[in-house]
Design a protein around this ligand. Structure first.
Ligand code: LER
Ligand code: MN
Length: 266
């Protein structure tokens, strides 16, 4: 059975692809709209009020299917592939902070933008791999999970396709590392979104959904019917998490998404 979540930021100063604002309001609205979960995009893993969102998730009967780490790179400029050792160390420290949150919420931690965009790709990839080994060890110690998310080439030069994510996952040889997808990035990088989903059979643990232009599903030219058929073929039964531009406004985009996707569930 598929579930649907909306990405949300509850700290000030985060530009979310989804909802943003006061946590109680977000959880209340998401449950009223018919969502099953709220995926948290977190800016500061060290000051984040985990107990509060845990209480709210319980109060409104919602899951927290994943924790996003993007601001580590997009706000603080830290990446796991940086040529500078100190930058990588700081990025790793933050990811450990996110994994602590993941442990308390029982949610996997997404490794997306924090993979970075180093000029020297070969060296960057070596650095990324050694940083991820440290993160994976910490995930093993804390019984948490890391999900590698391929992004489009304009946002990261490290891991752009599902195939690359699966290869990296296998090379890391850790039971605590998995793979996720994002239909917006796939539309730019994959030969076929639908075939790539089928080829990722047995690997996909989480999915971000947005249309071709990152608007709400249905507002672009992706064929979500075919996405659903491909997901059904591989028996995917986890979350579809809407990571969408807040247009025409955050609430309307979130409402349109849940309505559109739920008609497909049936
Ligand atoms: C950024 O475009 C994105 O898709 C995020 O999920 C990655 O951190
Ligand atoms: Mn994403």
């Amino acid at each position: 059975m598929l579930s649907i979540a909306i990405v949300a930021a509850v700290e000030p100063g985060v530009n979310p692809l989804g909802l943003s604002g006061e946590p109680e309001l977000i959880f209340r609205e998401a449950s009223k709209m018919g969502y099953d979960g709220v995926e948290l995009l977190i800016k500061d893993p060290f000051s984040f009020d985990v107990d509060r969102v845990k209480r709210l998730a319980e109060k409104f009967g919602l899951s927290i299917p994943a924790v996003g780490t993007g601001p580590t790179y997009t706000i603080y400029g830290l990446s796991l592939s940086s040529p500078k050792k100190r930058i990588r160390e700081r990025a790793i420290e933050r990811i450990k902070g996110y994994l602590e949150i993941g442990r308390r919420l029982n949610s996997p931690v997404i490794i997306g933008s924090v993979k970075g965009k180093p000029k020297d790709r070969r060296r960057g990839f070596k650095n990324l791999k050694s940083s991820l080994r440290i993160c994976a060890e910490y995930a093993e110690e804390t019984e948490t999970r890391i999900l590698i998310e391929p992004l489009n080439r304009y946002e990261s030069t490290m891991v752009n396709t599902l195939k690359e994510a699966i290869k990296l996952k296998n090379e890391l040889c850790s039971k605590k590392v998995g793979v996720m997808a994002d239909t917006f990035h796939m539309n730019i990088e994959e030969k076929s979104i639908y075939d790539s989903i089928i080829e990722a059979d047995g690997y996909l643990e989480h999915i971000h959904i947005a249309d071709s232009n990152r608007l709400a599903p249905g507002d672009g030219h992706l064929d979500f019917n075919r996405v659903m058929i491909a997901l059904d073929k591989i028996g995917y039964c986890s979350f579809l998490s809407a990571e969408i531009l807040p247009f025409p406004n955050p609430r309307e985009a979130a409402e349109r998404t849940v309505k559109y996707i739920k008609t497909m569930f049936s």
